[in-house]
Design a protein around this ligand. Structure first.
Ligand code: FPP
Length: 263
């Protein structure tokens, strides 16, 4: 993606344009993962039922999916529903599933227009048949797209994913001394995908909440006070700019100019 293509979509003179012009397109995070948090608080601030926060959060999902694709992000993963979220009131869970189905139905054309490939990570088989059916339609219809990969984490738990991968490793009969990090990574839901470079969490909480535990080993974390229903392209650009200022060392040290032979 180029700056020109991104600017074509941004109102001239807007704060978003100023941010977009600062992005280094040679150094984009390949994979951005987002913990969408704060829907309930957004609704409470407006004296609305919690589900209204989720409904408003769908607008943010729309904006962020399109913004990420236009920006040139390779993989976007959104944490929509955790294994632990089943503990919420039945009506809230049912509304979340309804919103998800509606989103997929209404946004399939946008996914196709932007060449986005849709994928689900999590225990799909425990979802109800109507949700599963909608997901399968989205997956099938976008499977040949070659642009951004859009993962929705649904009925997802990081620890459960690792345990399932361990079970698969045992079942496949891989000799213990041949099991290394690369082979183990290939048994996760995200097999073949780059690890997230940037993990965003909204609403100010400093937790990873059982999200992509294996994959975020070296992710840069960016937390914003903004509640998810208020999160838009501007915040995504802010996160990318903050990421581009980070010094990633992966446990090593940054070579000094002297070590590199500078005079
Ligand atoms: C966290 O807010 C948000 C969720 C548990 C659900 C996020 C889901 C959506 C935005 C809609 C469906 C998603 C897609 C991808 C179409 P919270 O309820 O925990 O907020 P709180 O911490 O303020 O209570």
């Amino acid at each position: 993606m180029s700056l020109e293509q991104l600017l074509a979509w941004i109102p001239p003179g807007s704060p978003d344009e100023t941010l977009a012009r600062q992005v280094n397109f040679e150094q984009l995070p390949a994979h951005v993962a987002i913990i969408m948090d704060g829907n309930g608080r957004w609704a409470a601030q407006r004296h609305l039922p919690r589900v209204e926060g989720h409904r408003a959060g769908i607008e943010s999902v729309r904006d962020v999916v399109e913004s990420s694709a236009r920006l040139g992000i390779d993989v976007l993963t959104l944490y929509a529903f955790s294994i632990e979220n089943w503990k919420r009131p039945r009506a809230e869970v049912s509304m979340l599933m309804t919103l998800l189905k509606r989103y997929l139905r209404l946004e399939l054309s946008t996914l196709l227009k932007h060449n986005i490939r849709f994928h689900v990570i999590g225990r799909k088989d425990e979802l109800s048949p109507d949700v599963l059916n909608e997901l399968e339609i989205g997956i099938r219809q976008t499977e040949h797209n070659s642009g951004m990969l859009f993962n929705i984490a649904l009925n997802y738990g990081g620890r459960a994913e690792i345990v399932e991968a361990a079970r698969r490793a045992i079942a496949s009969g891989i000799p213990a001394d041949e099991l290394d990090e690369r082979r183990f990574g290939d048994l996760l839901y995200t097999a073949g995908q780059p690890d997230p470079d940037l993990l965003i969490r909204t609403s100010g909480e400093m937790r990873v909440s059982n999200f992509l535990l294996w994959q975020i080993a070296y992710s840069e974390i960016w937390v914003t006070e903004t509640l998810w229903p208020d999160f838009r392209r501007r915040h995504l650009l802010e996160a990318v700019l903050a990421y581009q200022k980070r010094d990633r060392r992966y446990g090593g040290i940054k070579p000094s100019p002297v070590a590199l032979g500078a005079k």
